[in-house]
Design a protein around this ligand. Structure first.
Ligand code: LLP
Length: 432
């Protein structure tokens, strides 16, 4: 459930009018709903009460300090992929002891920092990485907790750029090799074999691929868990969200019908996976990113021009692919709605940004209400892989971010002044 709804024809985020925020803080503007974050976290958490479990939010989806703090306050751990993300957790008041460190390219410095902070586990993606972690731990006179990331070679049937669990992907260690890798790891003195991990992909809207992957790795997990006294099994993240229709999917009624429509929900996920996982007697970790934050955030933009060519109705807005790259990069769908509900006939429109790239498009040939200069639009489901993937392309400063809680709204990231973009650049003496 999410808290972006029309009330009296005006789009509201919880108890705050989105347009009032856009007028006050300017656009492009990211707005997040704190109660939606809490609702999503709580739904998943309570669906899994039968398991000893920890949700480790995959903060690559949204790493704003206020979002991290919201989730840390709810008891979340974090799935991190860099020392920078661990520093963010600490800056936000999160607990490093609830962090698991994934990624195929951890540097010596990152491993050292993570060991010093006392993270829960490294999710190891190759044998050379195991050797490196052992070496760094020995140097620091520490024991490094590790889990091997199993690549179960199961196709998650999602977008090619976000499938991770097949042998076409760079992630994890091939299923058939995992046992041998643990045997060799057990001989490395500065490692503690704390658990095992898998992750098959992102934006999974069906439970089936999870079920197949868990069933496939379960005998291996059981065998290794008793041999090496594992503490945990991480089943990864990837729980999908509804991008279309995003607005409608916020209503409680929709959640009731989701199950009937065979769309993954925390309860359908738990229904299939809890009976498989519970007999293991291990702590179960989950690494959801998108599920927690995607529908908890929107990107608000202002219409600058409407340009009709012979063929097209281009709605040119002030947000661009540098603010939200998902449509350009993955051809992904984000529902686009006006902040003030409009009646009348819909016009087939392309909503485009000002960047000088043909790919700077938010939607193509989409029936949208008639809009004009100065109208505001919201791109929905922009709370995951939105701001975090932003860039300064075309010397465009980062958008501001707002967190809403009930009737309160706070700036959680100020709009970036453009001068800051080149603040660390230098002109060499010989050019002066
Ligand atoms: N765990 C691991 C090891 C991962 O690689 C990922 C995501 C997650 C957890 C969290 O997945 P989630 O629950 O958010 O689906 N930028 C892309 C998504 C990339 C996902 C990368 N890995 C997008 O905008 O769709």
């Amino acid at each position: 459930m999410h808290h972006f709804q029309y009330v009296g024809g005006k789009l509201m985020c919880e108890g705050v009018s989105v347009e009032s925020l856009a007028r006050k803080h300017g656009t492009p503007l990211y707005i997040y709903s704190q109660n939606t974050l809490a609702d999503h976290f709580g739904r998943l958490d309570s669906a899994l009460t039968e398991l000893d479990h920890t949700i480790c939010f995959a903060m690559k989806a949204n790493s704003n300090l206020a979002v991290i703090r919201t989730l840390a306050n709810l008891g979340s751990g974090f799935d991190i992929v860099s020392a920078g993300e661990l520093k963010r957790v600490i800056a936000a008041g999160g607990d490093p002891a609830k962090c698991i460190f994934a990624g195929v390219g951890k540097t010596e410095e990152e491993i050292e920092y993570a060991l010093q902070q006392g993270i829960y586990s490294f999710n190891v993606e190759s044998e050379p990485e195991l050797v490196r972690i052992n070496r760094v731990a020995a140097r620091l006179k520490k024991i490094a907790p590790i889990a091997v990331r199993v690549n179960p070679n199961i196709d998650a049937h999602t977008h090619a750029k976000i499938t991770t669990g097949t042998y076409e992907n760079k992630f994890g260690i091939a299923f058939e090799q995992v046992e041998g890798v643990y045997a060799r790891a057990s001989k490395l003195k500065n490692l503690r074999l704390r658990g095992i991990q898998m992750h098959i992909g992102s934006q999974l809207t069906q439970v089936k691929p999870y079920e197949l992957a868990v069933k496939k790795v379960l005998p291996l997990v059981q065998k290794l868990a008793s041999k090496y006294s594992f503490e945990f099994f991480s089943v990864g993240g990837g729980l999908g969200v509804v991008y279309d229709p995003a607005l409608e999917s916020g209503s409680p009624a929709w959640w009731k019908t989701a199950k009937a429509k065979n769309i993954l929900t925390p309860s359908s996920y738990a229904e299939k996976l809890v009976p498989l996982l519970k007999p293991l007697g291990l702590k179960i970790l989950l690494e959801p990113g998108r599920f927690i934050t995607a529908n908890a955030g929107i990107l608000v933009t202002r219409v600058e021009y409407v340009k009709r060519t012979g063929k097209k109705n281009f709605v040119i807005v002030d947000a661009a692919m540098n603010d939200l790259i998902r449509p350009a990069f993955y051809d992904s769908y984000h529902e686009i709605v006006p902040l003030t509900k409009k009646g009348g006939a819909k016009i087939s429109s392309d909503v485009v940004g000002p960047i000088c790239e043909s790919g700077d498009i938010f939607c193509k040939n989409r029936p949208l209400p008639k809009v004009g200069e100065g109208d505001y639009l919201a791109l929905l489901s922009a709370g995951a892989y939105g701001f975090v993937m932003a860039s300064n392309y075309n010397a465009r400063g980062f958008a501001a971010e707002i967190l809403v809680n009930g009737k309160n709204a706070a700036v959680i990231r100020a709009r970036q002044p453009v001068e800051e973009i080149w603040a660390s650049e230098k002109i060499p003496q010989w050019l002066k």
